[in-house]
Design a protein around this ligand. Structure first.
Ligand SMILES: [Zn+2]
Ligand SMILES: [Zn+2]
Length: 846
């Protein structure tokens, strides 16, 4: 059974009830979650039930060895993760025999996280689990809990190999949410090839966060990186410090309607005509959120807590080795507020009346002065205004609000906090001590923040499913809420803010995985054979390609074929063959050079692009600079740093077609899906200034080429179809290149992937096809299912690609449409109008 519904719809209760009942009935439960933090939270919840017969325990990398035996022998509700199941529980199944014998139910929570290559690995681990259960005579029910997804039953079946019933109707009570789609304006700054640069999503998020907190709206801002989250928090705090400073300097009486020098630059005031469609904001007739609501209440608390320390950076809390994050860093762009530039297409008002609290200080003053904020942005660490300015203010009004405390109502949060720190944070948010929180989406896992009024999402979170999940954080006690999606400089973000129909009333994405990927299946067949020798009867469980892959494994000497079946006869652990969170190959260890601390590992293919010498490397939101990448030693040495630039690796790519598996006509051209060999060489990296996006240079790199056998979708156009375009003066190479970039940017709309999971090649004349050809391939060995999805949804995908290009208002191309941050050719040549003509031709008869 798979339950696929929204945030806070009661999924936990739906699996807990039968699970706990099974435990009381003498059965055991295996609970799987992608992260340890979530398992720990679940455990706390289970213990709060205070059911003595329920013996719940976590079994993960943190479980002390002396406790492990107890868990194996006595626990009847075991919480673990796929990694632990793969490396420890399944290989030592004999030690778990009594647990497996009584196993009634396997709960796979947050299963939408199991996508792409990682999901394919998990799919095979679950097949191994089913086989081990069968060995002990149990046939557990699989109960999957997922965020909303398209075709959840089909996904559940791919993940487990079992028929699935699906539950998708959510009847939990909810208020309505107003969603604003927000596009930052183009600025005067110029990027690559003179392309205009947009104001960054983080700069806009900081403005909005400050405004909303001033308007007494409890707000959570989701930002991609921790650095970005901290920038948002610091910038918003600096804005509030300005407000506090002005208010205290000019010591307005509580009845003063507005600070005289107010120069509000906030986008919340712009364009009241264009309003999102869902909820009608309450308080329409009142002044906007930035108009001063005459403040009449006085604080009763003397000096509220300053600096919720555990929420601030604490290096002692950071050593959580784990997987690497893609080096998609904060967006470059100016932070200069210019009212003239803020022509946002959408606007929003906080939905629902903000409940003023007795301890509230200001509600709705904005004194942000563009000149001041400029300097503040350049040094985001600017401290709040000095407290001394307050003491003498308005001595005749003793209850004068404590303005200096304003900035402290905003904090930043990141991954890796201990449970007790997270609890403190939840409490501060609930009590209103903190009104605004900027966070990486680490918060999605492990922290229970309910009771928010608004959510800001800086940059498309990758999927509609994540968007709804993040937006679902807003809305307390069934009240209405606000969610704002702020577009980044990226074709997909551009497309979405111009095409709300792509978001609203649309099913969320399908969760894509490819369990048949031979590079995934092979290692798990070895692991399965090591667990219990494989027989012919086992083959169907692992899929149709199993016998071919087994033959390969035998010929490679990894498995031995005997009459009784296939055996693992090596001394090594078979499970070491599968790097389930990486892309295959020996991973590169990322080590902090000063301390020797292991930060995590990066799979070898990604290492070339994410931890090359000189790269800015993000790990759990912390920033490091790579001193040296030593591929031979398998190590990248890094040091903690706060560079004011980001890096983008650039590669040159060749592609050859190995086999065409499917083809279909597309307009005058043809669409194909098949196997390809991609040769990529990272040749240099680009440095761009963090705040302005300004280009700081292209540094050469000396790295060997890598070959990747993977799957691709590609389209070709015959010479007869492209000749008229060439005659019309279109640069065909530049047009194909631009179409390729934009289509890579848009594929994540149809498959749950990141633009960094896929790559592309375009050429006016490809050696294998003899035609103009544009390829988009899976960036993982053996493929991950993304290109296949692109093939299946080609018309929608390429139509959306064309729309993304045409709806960007730039003239000749920019990062919001056809430029790619990872282009190996320095975004040359690109022909924006040509790309549209080319796609028109391709889609002409559709
Ligand atoms: Zn553009
Ligand atoms: Zn390119």
């Amino acid at each position: 059974m798979i339950i696929s519904t929204g945030t806070a719809s009661g999924k936990s209760l739906a699996y807990l009830t039968p699970a706990v009942a099974s435990c009381l009935d003498g059965g055991t439960i295996l609970y799987l979650t992608p992260t340890k933090a979530l398992a720990a939270d679940q455990l706390r919840g289970l213990r709060e039930l205070r059911i003595t017969q329920l013996r719940a325990a976590c079994f993960d990398g943190d479980t002390p060895f002396e406790e492990r035996t107890w868990v194996r022998q006595h626990a009847n509700y075991v919480l673990t993760n796929p990694d632990m199941l793969h490396r420890s529980i399944l290989p030592r199944h004999a030690q778990w025999s009594s647990f497996f014998r009584r196993l009634r139910m396997v709960v796979v929570d947050e299963c939408h996280g199991y996508r792409g290559v990682f999901g394919s690995h998990v799919a095979q681990i679950l097949r191994r689990l089913r086989r081990v259960c069968a060995r002990y005579g149990s046939r557990p029910t699989f109960l999957l809990a997922s965020a909303t997804a398209s075709e959840p039953g089909a996904f559940g079946m791919r993940l487990t190999g079992l028929e699935m019933d699906e539950v998708t109707v959510d009847t939990s009570p909810k208020g309505s949410t107003t969603i604003a789609l927000w596009e930052p304006p183009l600025t005067e700054l110029r990027g690559e090839g003179g392309a205009p640069v947009r104001r960054t999503a983080t700069a806009e998020a900081a403005d909005l966060l400050a405004d909303l907190v001033l308007a007494d709206v409890r707000t959570l801002a989701f930002v991609r990186s921790r650095r970005g989250a901290e920038t948002v928090a610091l910038t918003a705090r600096a804005k509030l410090a300005d407000v506090a400073f002005s208010l205290s300097t000019h010591h307005p009486r509580p009845s003063t309607p507005r600070h005289p020098t107010t120069a509000s630059t906030t986008p919340l005031e712009t364009d009241p005509t264009h309003r999102p469609d869902t909820a009608e904001p309450a308080g329409n007739t009142q002044p906007g959120p930035l108009e001063p609501a005459p403040t009449t209440h006085h604080p009763t608390e003397p000096a509220r807590t300053v600096q919720p320390t555990p929420l601030e950076t604490d290096p002692a809390l950071t050593h959580h080795p784990g997987t690497a994050e893609p080096a998609d860093t904060t967006q470059p762009g100016p932070l200069v507020s210019d009212p003239a530039l803020s022509h946002q297409p959408g606007t929003a008002e906080p939905a629902g009346p903000a409940t003023p609290e007795p301890s509230r200080t200001a509600s709705g003053y904005s004194t942000t002065d563009p000149a001041v904020s400029t300097s503040e942005h350049e040094s985001p660490a600017t401290e709040p205004a000095p407290e001394s300015s307050l003491t003498w203010a308005l001595p005749d009004v003793p209850a004068q609000p404590d303005w200096t405390d304003l900035p402290n109502r905003i904090a930043a949060y990141r991954a890796g906090y201990l449970a007790e720190d997270r609890r403190l944070l939840e409490k501060a948010l609930r009590s209103g001590t903190i009104m605004g929180l900027a966070t990486t989406n680490a918060l999605e896992l492990g922290v229970d923040v309910s009771g928010l009024d608004a959510v800001l999402i800086a940059g498309w979170p990758g999927t509609r499913a994540s968007l709804w999940q993040q937006a679902g954080r807003a809305g307390r006690d069934g009240q209405d809420a606000l969610a704002v999606l702020i577009a980044r400089d990226d074709p997909l973000d551009t497309y979405l803010v111009h095409h709300p129909q792509a978001l609203f009333g649309q099913p969320v994405e399908a969760i894509v995985l490819d369990p048949d990927n031979p590079y995934v299946l092979g290692p798990h067949l070895c692991a399965a054979a090591a667990e219990i020798p494989l027989t012919d009867d086992d083959l169907p469980i692992f899929g149709t390609t199993t016998s071919t892959v087994l033959d390969d494994l035998v010929s490679q000497g990894l498995l031995r074929r005997r009459t009784a079946g296939w055996f693992w006869t090596k001394r090594e652990r078979a499970t070491d063959l599968a790097d389930i969170r990486g892309g295959g190959g020996a991973p590169i260890q990322v080590v902090e050079s000063s301390t020797g601390r292991l930060l995590g590992s990066v799979d070898e293919p990604s290492a070339h692009t994410t931890v090359h010498t000189g790269a800015v490397y993000l790990h759990q939101g912390e920033t490091f600079l790579v001193e040296l990448l030593d591929l031979e030693a398998g190590v990248a040495l890094v040091s903690s740093a706060t560079p004011d630039f980001t890096t983008f690796a650039r590669d040159i790519t060749d592609i050859s077609i190995l086999a065409t598996q499917r083809s279909q006509p597309l307009g005058p051209g043809t669409l194909h899906f098949g196997e390809v060999e991609v040769t990529r060489q990272v040749v240099s990296y680009l440095k761009r200034r963090l705040q302005s996006g300004e280009m700081l240079g292209d540094e050469p790199l000396d790295l060997p080429p890598r070959t990747l056998r993977t799957r691709a979708v590609w389209w070709t156009l015959p010479a007869s179809a492209v000749a008229p375009l060439a005659e019309a003066g279109i640069d065909l190479g530049g047009a194909a290149h631009a179409a390729e970039h934009a289509s890579i940017g848009l594929l994540p709309l149809f498959a749950t992937c990141d633009r960094w999971d896929i790559g592309g090649v375009s050429t006016e004349l490809h050696a294998d096809t003899g035609l103009l050809t544009v390829f988009v391939y899976d960036g993982h060995e053996g493929g991950a299912g993304f290109a296949e999805r692109g093939y299946a949804r080609a018309v929608d995908w390429l139509t959306a690609t064309r729309e993304a290009i045409t709806s960007c208002e730039c003239e000749r191309g920019c990062p919001s449409c056809i430029q790619s941050p990872k282009c190996g050719n320095g975004n040359e040549p690109l022909d924006k109008r040509g790309a549209v003509r080319l796609l028109n031709t391709l889609l002409s008869s559709q």
